[in-house]
Design a protein around this ligand. Sequence first.
Ligand SMILES: *Cc1c(COP(=O)(O)O)cnc(C)c1O
Length: 426
Amino acid sequence: MQSASRTPGLPASSTSAQGRSPVLIAREQAHGAHNYAPLPVVLARGEGAWVTDVDGKRYLDLMSAYSAVSFGHAHPRIVGALVQQAQRLAVTSRAYYNDRLPLLMERLTRLTGLPRMLPANGGAEAVETALKAARKWGHEVKGIPEGRAGILACEGNFHGRTIAITGLSTEPQYRDGFGPFPPGLATVPYGDAAALERAITPDTAAFLVEPVQGEAGIVVPPDGYLAECARICRRHRVLLICDEVQTGLGRTGYLLASEHDGVKPDGVVLGKALGGGLLPVSAFLATDDVMQVFRPGDHGSTFGGNPLAAAVAMAALDVLFDERLIPRARSLGEMLQRRLRAIGSPLIADVRGRGLLVGIEVDAGRVSAREVVERLLARGILSKETHGTVVRIAPPLTIEESALEWAVGEIAATFAALEAEAMAPA
Ligand SMILES: *Cc1c(COP(=O)(O)O)cnc(C)c1O
């Protein structure tokens, strides 16, 4: 297989007409668990809003790894912080203090107005932390009998993939075969505050909610929904915990999407973008009243709060504010949604979102979201379908306006081509 014109082990630029993608995809298929169905592109490099595949083709990233890459790929300032900190001190465990974590704690608590932070790695880990805090708070502070503290979440929620969180899911595919789940978990319809109030019992410790449901298909609740939920939670002494893993840190045109409704939750979960597109970094932020349930030894994480993660998160926050990305997400998001609506294709059932978290719902009877996503890929655009009917558009907040405008043109052309094919006689 080795040819004379090629150095073994180095990426080949001209070894075959097809390139390296099929070979690598076959290897992953052969050796990996099949828990994803990736689009057929093998990415090798990224810079800002652009990525390049192993064969040198460029794509505009309108997905940002589900908001983990909100500040673009390889942001020089965040990469610089990573490299510097990696050379100094990366991982210590929480058996000792380190000289970076206190700075991140001070910064994030000041920004969010919640006085205490507990660091973790992935988003699900921070959500689990929130659930444990809520249950212990329910028992110790609210006086719910031990072992009875309940959690309410919303239909269509996505909070991660652990067993307990999966137990909260209403998506059959996420649950099937993974039971039994912990007791004390229940859901209410999303966007319906009265349903929340009806579901609350004296044993309810917390209501866990996404300000905009991402995985469910960019579902935006009615204005004022979260504010009404906050009033209900206060009235019944139930903690309001907002999962802002996807919506937080500027994505919706606010630092936290819960600000849209002027709400101050008792707890907030952050993740994804907090890692600056480089590392898994997450955090649970909460009031003193909630966080004081944790005493030394109650809960922890070997990697959570490591100095490398803290330095990267600090740099990510610097970028968020120094580059004014929050107002940018708001204005670019308005432009994007306006221009997507203006496409006016009969194949588009709805365009919705907040800031740069946008979904295009297709007319499911006539075209699948996957089909649209695959055609966009062929045109050099990365997007992702969710639930078969919604195309997720969530570019890095740093995306150039001209690039986003180009992408809207390609999206319009894609729908025009699909329409023309639908009209053509079979
Ligand atoms: C992605 C996501 C999570 C889970 O984060 P992981 O890092 O994948 O564990 C939790 N909540 C929301 C709202 C998310 O979008």
